[in-house]
Write a protein that binds this ligand. Structure first.
Ligand code: MTE
Length: 316
């Protein structure tokens, strides 16, 4: 496996604008997460090193293909989060008071060690990594996002799947009193998603706890969301409260609403059009011209073999 397609691990101090970096430090200090998450991460800098770090402006941070990261402003103000609203520019405002602490994630199903984790446990147990990933929405817009988080595989290994486990199912929190979109009868809430177990165990598959070196904000799926960069964005489910190992392919929200348009696999594929629009190109937020969409969103080197022998126009 060559390095070419791999995400570039970067220190948050290299990708974060000064103002954001400092506000993050204050936030982390205020919530006491510094001692928990950063200090215990094997290779992470000490609190003093973070204090002393000289943040470098972000504008030139790039992914492994040389694509520049999308601005923090755009990433946090242009969102898909139907639990709040279908208006992308309205999510941030409606989500700003969403309560993300306390938060627990129940991990169970076909596993030997089912366990409920507090978000603070997850930050302590797993070293947080920085990864710059492209995000390609099925609606044909895209961004480049500097996430922090940890591989889903680490969490799955900890609960020890039994031999019957073949899939992983994810569920978003259900809180209609805080999430006005969940009062809409048109969607079968709660939002649910799924992966095949080998997809879930792939090193690219991330549970993200932050972006741009800050803790996640509500509109991006705080405190914990999935990121599967070679699949359309709707697979990257936000605000997860439940992860379940299953024997059968789990139902997913978009497939259950409109299975002819949104399949279980949802791999980014410029050769298979959405019934209502082309998937051959995309609009990168912040750019004027459209760009060609890459097979598996450019991560083919790491994931194409997962689909050997499958017809991706049938398993879309
Ligand atoms: N997760 C939940 N729970 N609800 C949603 O509406 N939208 C999905 C995905 N995860 C969505 C979700 C879609 S369509 C996309 S493109 C991405 O989130 C967008 O992530 P972003 O807003 O952080 O860019």
């Amino acid at each position: 496996m060559t390095q070419l397609y791999k995400s570039v691990p970067v220190r948050s101090s290299e990708i974060t604008p000064k103002e954001v970096y400092f506000s993050r430090r204050d936030f982390i200090k205020a919530t006491g997460l510094l001692a928990g998450s950063m200090a215990l991460a094997a290779c992470a800098p000490s609190a003093q090193e973070i204090e002393n770090a000289k943040p470098v402006p972000t504008s030139n941070a790039k992914d492994e293909l040389g694509d520049v990261v999308t601005t923090y402003e755009d990433i946090t103000n242009y969102n898909n989060y139907y639990e709040f609203t279908t208006d992308k520019q309205g999510v941030a405002g409606l989500a700003k008071d969403f309560k993300t602490t306390p938060w627990t994630v129940e991990v169970g199903g076909l596993v030997s060690n089912p366990k409920t984790f507090g978000i603070e446990d997850l930050l302590k147990l797993f070293p947080q990594e920085e990864r710059i990933y492209r995000l390609r929405c099925v609606e044909a817009w895209s961004m480049v996002i500097p996430w922090s988080g940890f591989p889903l595989a680490k969490l799955i290994e900890m609960v020890a799947p039994t031999s019957g486990a073949k899939y992983v199912r994810f569920e978003t929190v259900y809180r209609p009193e805080e999430m006005p979109g969940q009062k809409s009868p048109f969607y079968p809430w709660p939002y649910q998603e799924g992966l095949r177990l080998d997809e879930a165990m792939n090193d690219l598959t991330l549970l993200a706890t932050g972006l741009y070196g800050e803790m996640n904000v509500p509109q991006n799926g705080a405190p914990l969301r999935l990121v599967v960069p070679w699949k359309y964005g709707f697979k990257s489910i936000k605000s997860i409260v439940k992860i379940e190992l299953t024997a059968d392919e789990p139902a997913t929200m978009w497939k259950s609403i409109q299975g002819n348009e949104y399949g279980f696999y949802a791999n980014v594929n410029p050769n298979v059009d959405h019934p209502r629009w082309s998937q051959a190109s995309e609009r990168r937020i912040g750019e004027l011209n459209r760009r060609q969409t890459l097979m598996f969103n450019g991560y083919g080197e790491q994931v194409a073999s997962l689909y050997d022998g499958m017809d991706l126009s049938v398993n879309y």
